[in-house]
Structure formats: C-alpha cells, structure tokens
Design a protein around this ligand. Structure first.
Ligand code: ADP
Length: 212
C-alpha cells in the first residue's frame, strides 16, 4: 500500500474542496491567497493520488480515495487531551482489597495512586495477582506497598500526541499512562493526575479514523 502524506497546504485544499465542490482552481487559490501557479504541484499530487478529481470547465471534486491512508497524520496531530478518559485514583493508604473493588466497579485495569493529591504510583491487575500469589493479606496491605512507584512511572502531558503516547505504551510494555501536569512546590516537582490514556482509547480512535 502506498502511504501518501499530504502537507498542510494540501490538507487545506482538500478541506476547501470537500466544503465547496465543485470549485475551480482559481477559487481555491483565492481562498488561500496564493496564485494558481504556486498551487499547481499540489493539485498534481492531489489528483494523482485520487483524492481529488478535476473535471474540465467544472472544477475539482472530492473523492475521498486514499484519505484513510493518511492515518499517520491523524495520530500525530491528535493530542492526548482530545481522547483522554477519567482516571481512577486511590490514595496510597487504600487497602489492596478496596483498590481491587474499585478496579471492578470502575471497569479499569490500572489505578493511579496518589498521596497528598500528587501521583506516587500505579497499580495494575498483575500487581494484585502477585500480592495474592505471595500470600499477602489484601485487607491489610495498602496499595502503596504493591504499586510501581515514582520515579518509575511513565506519564504523558496533555499536549503530547497520541502517537507519542502509543510509543511510550509499547516501549514500556504497559496498558495505560496517567496524563499529568507539573506543579512546583518548594522547588520540588510534583505531578497532578488529569486523566488517563490507554490502549483502549487509542484503539477506539483507530476505529473512528477508519469509519470517517
Ligand atoms: P497488567 O497488570 O494488567 O498486565 P500493565 O501491563 O499495564 O497491566 O502493568 C504491568 C506492570 O507495569 C505493573 O507492575 C504495573 O504496576 C506497571 N505499570 C502499569 N502502568 C505503568 C506506567 N504508566 N508506568 C510505569 N509502570 C506501569
């Protein structure tokens, strides 16, 4: 499959044609405040790729062909904040038992752990399984003991792209990432949890892109 990556001007042309078809090259050039000559290579690429069709004396039409191949543009433009979910958060002192109950009630696989309002760790299904296999008393043991602890938590900021988040998820072999914001308190950096991005969010986005 040939993957065509359109540049930002070509994407603007596609949008203009989508909304105004049929539209002549002169009118497109006017809308962009550019000359037809400047746009000639763009029209050539767009018609060759099949996404636009040029009919003599009528103008350009949008065919939509090939646009789905532009997924790389979408995942590298859409921000984590655009597809985030609500995070499930518990305090470090919460018992493993209560955290497992939250995991079932909220239907998530990962819980973010905080202390005094700031991120201190992450606890996942496997962490609970390990503590059960190890014979811990889950009613007594707090999540703080079994979680993966800072500074080993992989996080993302809201303005990072979905592609960056997906790369972190794969590289660190985890299911989800907390979306965080830095706060400086007495010159020490703390992380506030704003949201969650998981393999599920990213998969849903893929389906959405495929269906548009
Ligand atoms: P599961 O336990 O359901 O397979 P994960 O693969 O996400 O879920 O978790 C595997 C391990 O990675 C667990 O020990 C968990 O605490 C840790 N973990 C999960 N998410 C993160 C993260 N964002 N940063 C660091 N460690 C994480």
């Amino acid at each position: 499959m040939i993957i065509i990556e359109f540049n930002s001007r070509q994407r603007r042309i596609i949008e203009i044609v989508k909304n105004n078809e049929p539209i002549t090259s002169e009118n497109i050039a006017d809308k962009l405040n550019l000359t037809r000559a400047t746009l000639r290579p763009d029209f050539a690429i767009l018609t060759m790729s099949g996404i636009l069709e040029a009919r003599p004396k009528v103008g350009y039409f949008y065919t939509g062909k090939g646009e789905k191949e532009d997924i790389s543009y979408k995942v590298s433009e859409i921000r984590v904040a655009d597809i985030k979910s609500v995070p499930v958060v518990v305090d470090e002192k919460t018992s493993a038992y209560d955290a497992i109950v939250s995991m079932f009630l909220e239907d998530v696989g990962t819980i973010f752990v905080i202390s005094n309002g700031y991120l201190t760790g992450v606890v996942s299904r496997k962490d609970f399984l390990k503590s059960c296999i190890g014979g811990m008393d889950i009613n007594k043991v707090p999540v703080g003991v079994i979680m993966t602890r800072m500074p080993n938590i992989v996080t993302v900021f809201a303005n990072e792209t979905v592609l960056e988040a997906a790369q972190k998820i794969i590289e660190h072999e985890v299911d989800s990432l907390p979306i965080v914001e830095k706060e400086l308190i007495e010159e020490k950096e703390h992380l506030k949890v704003l949201g969650r991005i998981s393999k599920t969010n990213i998969t849903k986005l893929l389906i959405e892109i495929a269906n548009t």
